[in-house]
Design a protein around this ligand. Structure first.
Ligand code: BDP
Length: 712
């Protein structure tokens, strides 16, 4: 009986070991099955020494190393106290007697977070040095070293010098205190407010590990549509417990602050930023927060946007509001990330122009501990947008881009869309602003006014077992961190690392799936919003196509406002004869966007109203080209399904089947987008589908009548 029991237990363990629920993200540390490589790694990591002191961050790094080596190599290296004969791996903080003066200098110049990983000769034998000037560099260096192992790189003759290009690399959680997540598609909030501060869910630690492994060093843990309660003592105690976990992984905690908090929880009659009582309230609040969280990062603020209160309620400017908060945080070293995603109750002539119009005149008026957080594009996290004209426009104010990792407008966590190519499109865009370099990446990584530099990403993390809902959505969290560290890295290299760490090092898996990932975003643009279309999704939940919606109270909430289809053509005229949004860009870009012929086709309908029969560069009419893009998008999802089928057996069956099913849903939804949009736009163009394209299987009314309940 006992035997049968043990047998059953063992077979259960074996079968669950094969399954992978995705919880471990890219930090899987499964045994390296290439025996030669594993043997070589074991030799190279035989004896480990730390000349780093023993801070909590160093302890976290050591623990990670031990766990990883145990998993990857089934190996527990000797940890010795001082480097000597036989040392093969030394961690060094602030230099070491064992190293050359030149190497010590290099290490000590890595800054607050950088590191060096270098092979040297010690006692006539090769030795790997991971050196940093500070604890965080040791932590990041450890994760980089582990990545080399996880991706089966050689550890011979290494010479890596790394430091991040931006300072604040931060996730924005749109998590509410009731644990719902605004635009969250992966379950509920991972912050278990009810059990905090007493219970530390191990998930918080794994969350912090994952972030540290990609260099993310900050987290705003509550929704930008903030609840003032987060600033009360009860919640600050809970928040402090989270900060304690984060701290060991080099992560600072930040809070979204509601501008009207002095009224809501402070009992004041006003939240006017220039009122002395209001300022005093915030001052005391800041002092209180720092008593709970000595390394508190600061506030993120959404003000005078989508109904949120702000300084304009009192006739004050965004600068008045941001500076008041900056002043109370300054003595503690805190910062304010003030969002430029503003659109007020008064509908502007073109919503795309509003942020620039409001913020450009305030350039130079912000304190040095204020950073203006600007969405990557001027409208709202669309599948494709040209870069926001504020990048490059604010010469005397630091700005940080905000990307959306959660796929609000890109198929939720059902569609496989690798977003690194979207992030890169923004980073690599040339703003043509003079002075501080011209690409968005260069501008945002050059500090002005002694400010910090930063990059924010709206998190896609929730209580789903695999954190992000779709196994491939993890790649977007991963890529965000890697690109925030260094926006110059390629989307392909990051995809490869992620695939190897998350699934498999097998070349015949990595190669096809990398190219599938790299084209996935373009595919989504094609079946949702090709040629510069935007904001034509279902209203409220933003699920599926609804280009026909025209009955919402504000003009710029309606899809028809954005595509402007009529019998003549389609697209938003933002040229000098239209809304003149092009004027917010620098020449020569401004001039090229002002003309149809010189506007990149991917942005065509963003900037121009184009006739249905106008010829595009390839000689096709706009109508035919639009239809072709929609059909290509949907067909390419079928291609993704084929590619995925071709790697069956190369990944664990759990995740294989999960992705397989999700791709099937994506294929259905891509066809839905295609059919609904083509049929709807056809009511204006009155043109037939080009030859060879099959007609949608339903009529337009069918798509208009679709109703959904309880969407995420
Ligand atoms: C929009 C989202 C909304 C957010 C808003 C924001 O639909 O839920 O509150 O962005 O960024 O895209 O503040």
């Amino acid at each position: 009986m006992k035997f049968i029991y043990t047998f059953l237990l063992c077979s259960l363990l074996v079968s669950t070991a094969k399954a992978d629920n995705g919880y471990r993200l890219w930090l899987r540390y499964d045994h390296i099955d290439n025996a030669t490589l594993a043997r070589q790694y074991r030799q190279q990591l035989a004896s480990v020494t730390y000349e780093t002191g023993n801070s909590p961050i160093i302890q976290a790094a050591q623990k990670e190393l031990r766990n990883a080596l145990q998993g990857l190599l089934n190996y527990n290296p000797a940890f010795v106290n001082a480097p000597g004969k036989g040392s093969t791996l030394i961690f060094v903080k602030n230099g070491s007697k064992q190293l050359s003066p030149a190497l010590n200098k290099l290490i000590n110049n890595t800054g607050n977070e950088g590191y060096v990983i270098k092979t040297i000769s010690l006692n006539n034998a090769p030795c790997l040095v991971v050196g940093a000037a500070n604890d965080k560099g040791i932590l990041y260096g450890t994760f980089h070293l582990l990545r080399l192992l996880q991706t089966h790189q050689s550890l011979t003759n290494i010479n890596i010098v790394e430091s991040p290009k931006t300072q604040v690399r931060i996730l924005n959680h749109w998590d509410n205190l009731d644990r719902t997540v605004e635009r969250g598609y992966a379950g509920f909030s991972i912050w278990n407010w009810h059990k905090l501060p007493g219970y530390i869910d191990p998930r918080y630690i794994d969350y912090a590990r994952a972030n540290a492994s990609i260099g993310v060093n900050g987290a705003v843990i509550n929704n930008v549509n903030a609840n003032s309660l987060i600033l009360t003592a009860d919640y600050l105690r809970k928040t402090a417990a989270l900060a304690g976990v984060f701290r060991r992984y080099g992560i600072k905690l930040y809070l979204s602050a509601k501008f009207s908090a002095p009224i809501e929880i402070g009992g004041l009659k006003t939240a006017d930023p220039l009122d002395p009582a209001v300022k005093q309230w915030w001052q005391q609040k800041a002092d209180e927060i720092y008593r709970y969280i000595p390394d508190f990062g600061g506030f993120l603020v959404k003000a005078n946007s989508e109904g949120q209160p702000g300084p304009q309620n009192y006739g004050r400017t965004h600068a008045d509001g941001a500076n008041m908060l900056a002043d109370v945080l300054k003595p503690h070293g805190g910062i304010v990330m003030w969002r430029a995603f503003v659109y007020d109750d008064k509908t502007p002539d073109d919503r795309a122009k509003q942020a620039y119009n409001e913020f450009k005149p305030l350039d130079g008026k912000f304190r040095s501990n204020v950073i203006i957080q600007v969405k990557n594009g001027a409208i709202d996290f669309q599948p494709r947008e040209p870069f926001h004209p504020l990048f490059g426009a604010m010469k005397k104010t630091q700005i940080m881009p905000e990307f959306q990792i959660t796929q609000e407008y890109l198929g939720f966590s059902t569609h496989l869309v690798y977003l690194a190519t979207l992030f890169k499109e923004c980073f690599d865009a040339n703003t043509y602003s003079e002075g501080r370099g011209s690409t968005v990446a260069k501008i945002i990584s050059s500090p002005v006014n002694n400010s910090l530099t930063g990059i924010a990403g709206v998190a896609n993390i929730g209580t789903d077992i695999n954190w992000c809902g779709h196994p491939f959505a993890q790649a977007n969290w991963y890529a965000f961190g890697r690109l925030a560290w260094n926006p110059d890295q390629s989307a392909a290299a990051i995809a490869q690392d992620w695939l190897k760490m998350t699934f498999s090092n097998q070349a015949d898996f990595v190669k096809p799936i990398t190219s599938m990932m790299l084209s996935s975003r373009e595919t989504t643009v094609n079946y949702m919003t090709p040629l510069g279309l935007h904001h034509i999704m279902g209203t409220h939940a933003h699920y599926g196509p609804a280009p026909w919606v025209n009955n919402l109270s504000r003009a710029d909430w309606n899809p028809v406002y954005y595509h402007k289809a009529d019998s003549a053509g389609i697209g938003f005229d933002r040229t000098a004869t239209g809304s003149n949004a092009v004027a917010q860009y620098y020449p020569p870009l401004r001039d090229s966007l002002n003309k149809v012929e010189t506007t990149p086709e991917k942005y065509l309908l963003w900037f121009h109203h184009v006739g249905w029969n106008s010829r595009l560069k390839n000689g096709e009419t706009l109508w035919n080209e639009l239809v072709k893009h929609y059909y290509k998008g949907a067909a390419d999802v079928a291609g993704m399904q084929k590619t995925w089928a071709s790697v069956k057996g190369k990944v664990d069956s759990t995740r294989y089947h999960e992705v397989e099913q999700l791709l099937a849903i994506q294929a259905g939804e891509a066809a839905w987008w295609r059919n609904a949009c083509v049929l709807y736009f056809q009511t204006f163009s009155k043109l037939p589908l080009p030859a060879g394209y099959t007609k949608p299987d339903h009529d337009l009314q069918y798509y208009k009548d679709l109703k959904f309940h309880y969407l995420p």
